[in-house]
Design a protein around this ligand. Structure first.
Ligand code: AMP
Ligand code: ZN
Length: 500
């Protein structure tokens, strides 16, 4: 089996062949740090976090580079508005970005270069481009000559002549062609600046990524990622600069994430229809937001709404309950002697099938929605197994449940969705459960699972003796601390209350 991914450059799914067997060199455009990031940005960063996690889980060694654009018009404007220096603005929002990524469970890049720390190789690339006729200097600015690069448009599918005829009218007379873009910008008074052969100035945005990728990964590298709004002009320009400078291909596979939208409109700072990632994460666990986003394929648009967030809360609770129930069943001291009437085959085969299905889905251009479906299937099989056999579970069944629970946890971790919460919640309940078992069931230990078992056993005895008051006392006591007992033909079944 091989991994297939959709390459924007060739417009088809291709088999992934890294330049060096077993290793992946990957670059993803990072944020411009002039504000807090919104959940649209968060979606794109999540997409590439999951791709990286998956490739790593598949045994590949991933070198993951993501830049921080810490010098840019937007940062300078923001600094002027707030009476701060551009560096102060960049520093504030770099820290905020890192915190939001950590809270969202995004793994840190292998290297996270800042644009301002790479000025000298950037000047080097501009010099190469002037030297080989792909760039020209005008009064301290340096422009890339789009006409000099015949492949211009190959990523976005744009034709240079169409682009030219559609170019906006506010044409800068100093450029040879309206499509030419700045590699280096002369500094205006009060702007951050660095010395260069063309005077004091600063790098253009497109240049940063070309240089940081080349310095950190070498060219050509394997995967270049970003949101689909970056295909043109940003990524087209990255390709033009890099390939014109080096004479080599820049990146083999171009992956682009679909836009997160609100009411069918792209979420963006300029439209003002954004929700900040940190605000959403203040209210919802990262795993809930990840689950919501990953239920849509990364290349499709994703409509975000509070209804969908609430649905994701419920879906996540279902995941946690599946895990809790399996955990409870395998740790509770329910009777059982390995009786032969336990049907283990269905769960055993679900275990095998689900792992294969998860890999199949993810190998197919990272179909996280299908992968999540597979995990749910396993959870359901585990739960059905518990429901049918809980009064007769014995050692081999517990082992099977342990394997099922571990697999659910392992696969969800590839998506960065954690099931630790399931354990945390049970352990939050522990003192209460143990205390209740002391009062109502004469329990003397301090193991919450055994305490729950003692309580359900005491309730069964009370029911058998038609002592309804005692039976109800157990049920009500458990309900108060968030545990419900359901009577099934196979005996009492315990559920942990969903948290809203
Ligand atoms: P920016 O700081 O604007 O360059 O954006 C950082 C990343 O977020 C880029 O990869 C963008 O493509 C991506 N992005 C911006 N808006 C959205 C959106 N509404 N949905 C998904 N990704 C987005
Ligand atoms: Zn970039």
């Amino acid at each position: 089996m091989s991994i297939r991914l959709y390459n924007t450059l060739t417009r088809r799914k291709e088999e992934f062949e890294p330049r060096e067997p077993g290793k992946v060199a990957m670059y993803v455009c990072g944020p411009t740090v002039y504000n807090h990031i919104h959940i649209g940005n968060g979606r794109t960063f999540l997409t590439f976090d999951v791709i990286r996690r998956y490739l790593t889980w598949r045994g590949l060694e991933v070198r993951f580079i993501q830049n921080i654009t810490d010098v840019d018009d937007k940062i300078i404007n923001r600094a002027n508005e707030e009476g701060l220096s551009a560096a102060q603005v960049a520093e504030t929002y770099t820290a905020a970005f890192r915190k939001a990524m950590e809270d969202f469970g995004i793994q840190r890049p292998t290297v996270q270069p800042m644009a301002t720390q790479m000025i000298s190789p950037m000047i080097g690339m501009v010099e190469r481009l002037i030297g080989n006729g792909h760039a020209y200097v005008v009064e301290g600015d340096v422009y890339f000559s789009v006409r000099s690069f015949p492949d211009y448009g190959k990523l976005s599918g744009h034709d240079i002549d169409d682009l030219l005829s559609g170019a906006r009218v506010d044409i800068d007379e100093r450029k040879r062609d309206p499509l030419d873009f700045a590699l280096w910008k002369a500094a205006k008074p009060g702007e951050p600046h660095w010395s260069s052969p063309w005077g004091e100035g600063r790098p253009g945005w497109h240049l940063e990524c070309s240089v940081m990728a080349e310095v950190e990964l070498g060219v050509p590298f394997d995967i270049h990622g970003g949101g689909s709004d970056l295909i043109f002009p940003h990524h087209e320009n990255e390709i033009a600069q890099s390939e014109a400078a080096t004479g080599k291909p820049f990146a083999h596979y171009w992956l682009h994430g679909g836009m997160l939208q609100i009411n069918a409109e792209k979420m963006s700072k300029s439209l003002g229809n954004f929700m900040l990632l940190r605000d959403v994460l203040a209210e919802y666990p990262a795993s809930v937001v990840r689950l919501l986003m990953l239920q849509t394929h990364y290349r499709s648009p994703l409509d975000f709404s509070s209804d969908r967030l609430d649905e994701a809360v419920t879906a996540y609770e279902r995941v946690l309950n599946l895990v809790r129930n399996m955990r409870w069943a395998r740790t509770a001291e329910v009777g059982g002697d390995g009786a032969s009437d336990v049907d283990r085959a269905a769960l055993a085969s679900a275990l095998k099938e689900v792992r294969a299905k998860f890999v199949n889905e993810m190998d197919d251009d990272f179909n996280t929605a299908g992968a999540i479906g597979a995990v749910f299937e396993l959870g359901r099989a585990g739960n059905a197994f518990v429901a049918e056999n809980q009064s007769v579970l014995a050692a081999p069944d517990r082992e099977l449940l342990l394997n099922a629970e571990s697999l659910v946890t392992e696969l969800l971790a590839v998506l960065g969705i954690d099931t630790v919460e399931a354990g945390r919640e049970t352990s939050d309940l522990s003192p209460d459960v143990v205390e209740l078992a002391r009062q109502l069931a004469g329990y003397e230990g301090d193991d919450p699972a055994a305490a729950i078992h003692a309580l359900t056993a005491a309730r069964s005895v009370a029911r058998a003796e038609k002592n309804w008051a005692a039976a109800d006392a157990v049920r009500d006591g458990l309900a108060l601390i968030g545990i419900t007992v359901e009577d099934t033909p196979q005996g009492p079944r315990v559920n942990y209350r969903a948290r809203g």
